[in-house]
Design a protein around this ligand. Structure first.
Ligand code: PLP
Length: 968
């Protein structure tokens, strides 16, 4: 056919690793006649989808990009003065090209394996140091999801830290409206009453307070006395603040705030219709062990050299499960790194200059508006002015619109204007011309305009302390310096651009370049989340099309793209279930059944949604123990709200009883939440919305190709059957307010969460089409079975389905090895670094195991390279087992080996340097050298240091310098 001349399906073969010939060889190796038969063996026929997905045919890269460009052109890029937590910013080009557009950064995984993550850990430590410094607080974490959810996390942190018995959390009326709505949603499940008021009228009895500094509409208050009063009544003071303003404003920590939160967006991250951006949190030292999210800390490696790693890992929901006070897992690492590097790039003087420029331009705008006859409500301000425009309001808005300018309309008679670093003098003239025109005057841009003598920050709250004092923020002078710094950090790390990342449950597949290209188009990047809907037609269409495709793929009826991580999706899905039960008068239904093997975010999300968790056992095959499920259903009776299961299971198996399990729950009046993190094994093959589930979240940052970014961003949409659709998270209107008919509030600050990365998943689906998506799923299953079969005689495969096959991942059981010779899954994981690999998932869902998920994107050569490494490691283990080598001093226990270790003049080990560094001949060609040896986690937790150590710590006498800084 003529259409065959069009390369419409070429992308499929680029996304999927093994060629047809390789697939045939792999099928032969595992003893399956063909792919179709393998799938029949793996997927229970009761859920197998008949017929193809009803999606458009695959498109070529060029065709899909052209289509998307046309769609993007329906977004209108206006000059934005809306503010409200989102501002124009210049992404420094050196950061744009070398971080945001660099696969070395965006294809990395969360730095759980610190030895291969030192580059991004250092970048995150810069970010933490920057946030703590600007906030004037002791410690900052490595990012949260956005300002609204960071405020909600501050509320729960305050609850834990407060001595007050009150259930009330006071939030200032000056907070951004979307923050207040997110707070209310979060409070609803936690028996917290959010009281919104004007703090100037005094505080109620409360356990915590949230202030906004500067106010959403511009004011700047001196909060010292209020903070003292709050502390006197046992309340914790949290403040939502703005990093750029803090260059000029007294730091919250200096006036007594306990917690500071906010968004780092305006530090070089595009608005992107609301996200993704890094939310931040800093707090006093006394809160550190309860702080949500990940925290990078300084420790040392086995050689005593400084080494970074995630600190206090026991804080993560994985350990606390239903006792967790936060469910955050995937955060906003890539965006936090960009923001931290923005500070490195500009340095303290540069950041201060930007802040002053904004502040003085705002002052100039204010005096000019007064000169035109406008009444300006703001007396103290940083970058935002509130104007009493009265009867001229509509005329101003219309004149602005004709000049492609967006202002923030506040009720019928006020307008707010927020400036940012991209605003030029010319822009100010254009803005003043609009205001003049609206009242029938003219603005003379050519006149000599004097700079105002002062900006609008009152002297009582001006910052006296220096900012960004650590040398890391002052050492970059030129772009050459910056380029080399970024390259040097990236070179320390293993990301997907160097090796497969076979992390079970994480689906580290190709993030194709064509998928990434649209995210930096201005039509997507420069849209304010609260821009008038008339300007965002492209986004609306993109969201509609993507939602429709996800409904078709999952078999559900409606989708919300708002949740900005998988865990946030879980939370939103459980709120939908809760809303549904409440609407049916079933308020007592508040128990969530969760299998023992579930990901830690499941029970944590259930807890945050106000549900009690009851654990269901797994049977010896790793499946839900149906008898135990029946017993638990009977036990909880009419309190059953939901069952939360992961499918295929976290054990890597399609359990055959899934439809019966769903029926049992429905018969008892419960709803089924199916965790869709493993959707990569089902796209095109099975639809959870059709085989019994009521709601699922998807991880677009797994199955649908959004890169993991070193630990975020993510998108965790929820898909629901129609009866739950009314309970999807509310979409705030252009003023940031809740629609009157909303049943459930928003779970994220921006109406569509991390909207600017949706083009990635859209492109993936468009380029793959129905046939490509199905082929991807089938190949993911083939690849996992190929690894399982080839490794099964070396390492027991813990769980398999009835036909002895696994789904899209498999668990290698290392416990018997540990029992016989002491070599652990961690030793193997670290030894894999010497072989140039990122380790598989360690100890999830079963302690002492390794879970391998190759994904469809890895080709046969890479699979074989991994298998060869694992087989070679098994031989190394055998030498320990049979006593040929020492049980402690061997290549496994000492792994990974740095160049420094191997080049030491003295060599005291029984094995050779060659055996350590080049266990396979192929490694001589291309060798990854880890920058640090095995990291000592316990040392770092005992001596917690979570900001950049003094520079000497990185110099030659490294260990010692670190020792003194760490214990200081
Ligand atoms: C099974 C499962 N559920 C939920 C999640 C949480 O997703 P996220 O990290 O995006 O919050 C994960 C993440 O790894 C997962 O593997």
């Amino acid at each position: 056919m003529l259409r065959d001349l069009d390369p419409h399906s070429d992308f499929i073969g680029r996304h999927i690793g093994p060629s047809q010939a390789d697939q045939a060889a792999m099928l032969a190796a595992i003893g399956a006649p063909d792919l179709h038969s393998l799938i029949q063996e793996v997927v229970p026929s009761s859920i197998l989808k008949r017929g193809a997905l009803n999606l458009p045919a695959s498109r070529s890269e060029a065709g899909a990009l052209a289509d998307l460009k046309q769609l993007a052109s329906r977004n209108q890029v206006f000059r934005n003065y809306i503010g409200q937590g989102y501002y124009g910013t210049h992404v420094p080009n050196v950061i744009l090209r070398n971080i945001l557009e660099s696969p070395a950064w965006y294809t990395a995984y969360t730095p759980y394996q610190p030895e291969i993550s030192q580059g991004r850990l250092e970048a995150l430590l810069n970010y933490q140091t920057m946030v703590a410094d600007l906030a004037g607080l002791d410690i900052a974490n490595a990012s949260l999801l956005d300002e609204g959810t960071a405020a909600a996390e501050a509320m729960t942190l305050a609850r834990r830290g407060s001595r007050s018995k009150s259930k009330v959390f006071f939030a200032s009326v000056h907070c951004h409206p979307q923050t207040l709505e997110v707070l209310r949603t979060r409070a609803s499940g936690l028996d917290i009453e959010v009281q919104v008021g004007d703090e100037a009228q005094g505080l109620p009895d409360c356990f915590g307070v949230l202030l906004q500094y500067p106010h959403s509409l511009g004011g700047v208050s001196d909060y010292r006395a209020l903070t003292e009063a709050a502390h006197a009544q046992g309340a914790i003071v949290a403040v939502a603040t703005d990093l750029l303003a803090l260059a000029l404003l007294a730091a919250p920590g200096e006036w007594g705030a306990d917690i500071a939160v906010g968004s780092a967006q305006r530090f070089g991250v595009p608005m992107g219709f609301g996200g993704p951006h890094a939310g931040f949190m800093a707090c006093k030292d006394s809160f550190k062990r309860n702080m949500p999210g990940r925290l990078v800390g300084v420790s040392k490696d086995s050689q005593g050299a400084p080494a970074l790693r995630l600190a206090l890992q026991t804080r993560e929901q994985h350990i606390r499960r239903e006792k967790a006070t936060s469910n955050i897992c995937t955060a906003q690492v890539l965006l936090a790194i960009m923001a931290g590097m923005y500070a490195v790039w500009h340095g303290p003087a540069g950041i201060k200059r930007i802040a002053e420029r904004v502040a003085y331009l705002t002052a100039f705008l204010r005096s000019s508006l007064l000169g035109l006859g406008y009444s300006v409500a703001s007396k103290d301000y940083f970058d935002t002015l509130l104007l009493d425009t009265g009867k001229h309001t509509q005329a101003v808005i219309q004149a602005a619109e004709s000049a492609s300018i967006n202002l923030r309309k506040v009720g019928a008679e006020q307008i707010a204007v927020s400036l940012d670093e991209t605003v030029t003098v010319e822009d100010i003239h254009a803005l003043l011309a609009v205001f003049a025109q609206a009242i029938g005057k003219t603005w003379d841009a050519s006149a000599q305009h004097a700079l105002p003598a002062e900006h609008g920050i009152p002297s009582s709250v001006q910052r006296q302390s220096a900012i960004l004092t650590h040398p890391v923020f002052s050492r970059i002078q030129s772009e050459t310096d910056m380029l080399r710094y970024l390259r040097g950090l990236a070179d320390k790390d293993l990301a997907l651009d160097r090796t497969m990342i076979p992390l079970g449950s994480c689906t580290m597949k190709l993030n194709a370049t064509a998928e990434m290209i649209p995210i930096t188009w201005p039509e997507f990047g420069q849209i304010h989340p609260f821009a008038p809907t008339a300007q965002t037609g492209g986004y609306t269409e993109l969201i509609d099309r993507l939602s429709a495709a996800l409904c078709e793929i999952t078999g559900y009826d409606s989708v919300s793209l708002q949740p900005n991580s998988g865990a946030q999706g879980e939370y939103a899905g459980l709120l939908a279930i809760r809303g549904y039960h409440h609407a049916n008068g079933q308020h007592q239904r508040n128990v969530c059944l969760i299998p023992a093997s579930a990901h830690g975010t499941n029970p944590a999300s259930a807890h945050l949604a106000g549900m009690d968790v009851v654990v269901v056992a797994s049977d010896e095959n790793g499946n839900v123990d149906v008898e135990d499920l029946k017993a638990k259903i009977a036990q909880v009776g009419d309190r059953l709200a939901a069952l939360m299961i992961t499918y295929p299971s976290t054990h890597g198996v399609f359990e055959t009883a899934v439809t019966d399990i769903c029926a049992l729950v429905h018969e008892a009046g419960g709803q089924v939440y199916l965790d869709g993190a493993n959707m990569n094994a089902m796209v095109g093959l099975a639809q959870p919305g059709k085989f019994g589930s009521d709601v699922s979240h998807l991880n677009l940052h797994k199955t649908f190709c959004i890169p993991h970014g070193g630990g975020g961003p993510g998108v965790g949409p929820i898909a629901v059957r129609s009866h739950l659709a009314p309970y999807l998270p509310a979409v705030l209107d252009a003023s940031g307010s809740l629609p009157a008919d909303a049943h459930v509030g928003p779970v994220a600050a921006a109406p569509y969460g991390s909207a600017s990365i949706l083009p990635i998943s859209y492109m993936y689906i468009a380029m793959m089409g129905a046939e490509g998506l199905l082929a991807a799923t089938e190949t993911a299953i083939l690849n996992a079975n190929y690894i399982a079969t080839r490794l099964s005689s070396y390492y027991p495969i813990l769980y398999a389905g009835p036909n002895g096959r696994v789904a899209h991942e498999c668990i290698l059981d290392i416990r018997p090895i540990k029992d016989t010779c002491g070599i652990s899954n961690e030793d193997i994981a670290k030894r894999l670094v010497d072989y140039g690999f990122h380790a598989p998932t360690m100890s999830f869902p079963v302690a002492g195991t390794l879970m391998v998920e190759p994904t469809e994107s890895e080709g046969l050569a890479e699979l074989d390279r991994f298998i060869d490494a694992m087989i070679a490691i098994r031989a190394e283990i055998a030498q320990v087992e049979n006593g040929e080598v020492d049980a402690q001093d061997n290549v496994l226990c000492n792994a990974p080996h740095t160049a420094q270790m191997l080049l030491a003049t003295e060599w005291h080990h029984d094995y050779t340097r060659e055996a350590a560094a080049y266990p396979l001949a192929s490694l001589r060609d291309s060798k990854y050298w880890p920058p640090v040896a095995r990291v000592d986690n316990a040392y770092g937790d005992r001596n917690l240091v979570c900001s950049c150590p003094p520079m000497e710590a990185y110099e030659s006498d490294a260990g010692q310098a670190l020792e003194s800084s760490a214990t200081a």
